[in-house]
Design a protein around this ligand. Structure first.
Ligand SMILES: C[S@@+](CC[C@H](N)C(=O)[O-])C[C@H]1O[C@@H](n2cnc3c(N)ncnc32)[C@H](O)[C@@H]1O
Length: 285
């Protein structure tokens, strides 16, 4: 929570108080253009992080004024934050999915809290599995940001896993999920559509993109460009994962030594990573 304030993300204020209070379970996020959302913090559902706020800000900056005529898919919606923001900005045709049923329940509740009436289709789905046959103008994905844990880290994470914490899949296995996402994406994009994806440098962006290019012999069906980049402090997201801090740091070191992750450490030992908002569209030539 502290990192949100320190890194200039204004507008995350808890309800009724107008200041940050970690004990509160409600929080309010402001994205610009007068758009804000009220969300409930539940341990099983990924709480909107600084990166999620940056992605929301980017959507607010860039989505065209003809948003009511466009179709949207928010994959890995978590709390529903970006689908709800798109609705607040005028979107009518919005589907949001998550592999976690608890997230989908929570996202539905958030739509009710913020808009009273249901309009967004919230579905449990592993990536595109339950949305066959549709194409979208804009697909948003803020995927899990860390790589697949090693067997020893996984064992530690499982050993301290308590019921009611966010699942490991919320943040780990990122390179596998993004790889599958990129392979499926072309068939779900309208010809002029784009996917707005927020990648964490602890997922191994170079590795994921270069393997993507290699699989398609240097001419993949998608082209991409970096739209924005932010350096953000590492958060541990759950008390359990924070308890594994030492082992997580070792894991990051190992990934980095193999050029599978990028980050830096300040003189106090704090880790900073790069959040990269990348736009993918269909290759035309
Ligand atoms: C980093 S969180 C982002 C949540 C939300 N979009 C946000 O920005 O706050 C990643 C989300 O992706 C979901 N997820 C992970 N693997 C997935 C998959 N294969 N298909 C759909 N959702 C997945 C997780 O459950 C989690 O809610």
């Amino acid at each position: 929570m502290q990192g949100l304030i320190d890194h200039g993300v204004a507008g995350l204020h808890h309800l009724n108080k107008g200041h940050i209070d970690c004990m509160d379970s409600n929080y309010k996020i402001y994205f610009g253009l007068g758009q804000h959302l009220t969300l409930i913090n539940t341990p099983e559902v990924f709480k909107v992080s600084v990166a999620g706020i940056k992605l929301g800000n980017y959507l607010t900056h860039t989505l065209a004024p003809d948003i009511p005529n466009r179709s949207f898919l928010d994959i890995g919606t978590g709390s529903g934050v970006h689908a709800l923001l798109i609705r607040a900005l005028g979107g009518h045709d919005i589907i949001a999915t998550d592999i976690s049923e608890k997230s989908i329940d929570q996202a539905r509740l958030h739509e009710h809290i913020n808009f009273n009436q249901a309009k967004i289709s919230f579905l449990v789905s592993d990536l595109f599995n339950n949305i066959a046959g549709r194409k979208f103008h804009t697909i948003v994905f803020n995927p899990p940001g860390w790589r697949t844990p090693s067997p020893s880290l996984l064992q530690r994470l499982k050993a301290i896993e308590l019921p009611g914490e966010i699942p490991i899949e919320s943040m780990f296995y990122g390179e596998q999920v993004i790889t599958r996402f990129l392979e499926d994406l072309p068939q779900y994009l309208e010809p002029t559509g784009k996917a707005i994806v927020g990648l964490n440098s602890l997922v191994g962006i170079r590795d994921v993109l270069s393997r993507y290019n290699q699989r398609h012999n240097g001419a993949p069906p998608l082209v991409y460009k970096l739209a924005e980049r932010h350096t953000l402090p590492l958060l541990y997201y759950s008390a359990n994962w924070k308890a594994c801090r030492k082992h997580l740091t070792k894991e990051f070191e190992h990934w980095s030594s193999q050029d599978l992750a990028t980050y830096c450490i300040d003189h106090n030992g704090n880790i900073y990573w790069s959040y990269e908002i990348i736009e993918f569209s269909l290759r035309t030539i």
